[in-house]
Design a protein around this ligand. Structure first.
Ligand code: ADP
Length: 255
């Protein structure tokens, strides 16, 4: 491909025009890239809640007319998921516009971990998810409940997908004076050391036969990292190839 280069002198009118034009193009390119990122991230993040809604709608379709219990429960879950999807899209739009999400509310994380687990056992009925509750169940973090759920959902789905069936996943907490660490541990395929630092990059996937089968997009962890850092947290991983991985998210605790 031949590159066209024009040399110009910034001091004359054409030079000035070209500078204005180039800065406009750079802004357009940036906003186009932001939009592409938003589209990719939103489709990635909406997949699981849509699956849950779809599952409950088909339950309703089959049994809902005759079984009032199914009717009430499935409608409740579908409505909850749809309202979370709405918030999720709003928050992702804010992030895509490059805005720091402001006024983060205090969120009690334990109950939101529980909610994600309840959601995922419906999508992955074969998986075993152990939630090891800490003594102190009042762990408050400055993060929206939706964002927290997004983070945990992504980590749990990976833990399940990169395990041999049936997946065995454990969530536990560790707290210090100042912060709380959430550990998501699996006994899955693990990650070789040369890949560990790259898995948080956008579109990076470890190319194993297993990953290829699963056909992910390589976006989940980059979204997780962005959301964690936006809430002033950090994320780390330790892995033993062949034996499993632990993803650990640290958040400052709210007193
Ligand atoms: P995706 O899962 O869509 O490929 P992610 O960004 O969530 O994208 O993950 C990037 C890569 O990191 C995955 O392709 C996989 O190779 C690896 N990975 C993520 N989580 C785990 C895990 N719990 N165990 C083993 N490998 C993992």
């Amino acid at each position: 491909k031949k590159e066209l280069t024009i040399s110009y002198d910034a001091k004359d009118e054409i030079g000035e025009l070209i500078i204005v034009y180039e800065s406009m193009m750079a802004k357009l390119k940036y906003s186009f890239e932001q939009q592409q990122q938003f589209m990719a991230d939103a489709s990635h993040e909406l997949r699981t809640p849509i699956q849950v809604v779809e599952g409950h709608l088909s339950l309703l379709n089959r049994w809902g007319k005759d079984d009032p219990e199914i009717l009430v429960e499935s409608l409740g879950i579908a409505l909850r998921e749809v309202s979370q999807m709405k918030t999720l899209i709003d928050e992702m739009l804010e992030l895509a516009r490059g805005e720091q999400v402001k006024d983060l509310p205090p969120t009690n994380i334990i109950e939101h971990t529980e909610e994600v687990i309840e959601e995922l056992v419906q999508v992955y009925p074969a998986a075993y998810i152990e939630h090891e509750l800490p003594d102190d169940r009042n762990l408050k973090v400055l993060i929206s409940s939706n964002t927290y759920q997004q983070i945990i959902r992504n980590l749990l789905i990976n833990a399940i997908r990169y395990s041999l069936e049936p997946a065995n996943v454990r969530i536990s907490y560790e707290r210090t004076e100042k912060d709380v660490t959430i550990h998501v541990n699996d006994k899955g395929i693990g990650i070789e050391p040369q890949h560990v630092s790259k898995i948080f990059d956008r579109f990076y996937r470890v190319d194993t036969a297993r990953s290829r089968d699963l056909g992910g997009s390589g976006l989940g962890l980059s979204i997780v990292k962005m959301l964690v850092e936006n809430a002033r947290g950090s994320i780390h991983v330790t892995s033993d190839p062949g034996n499993g991985s632990t993803f650990s998210v640290v958040f400052p605790l709210l007193k």
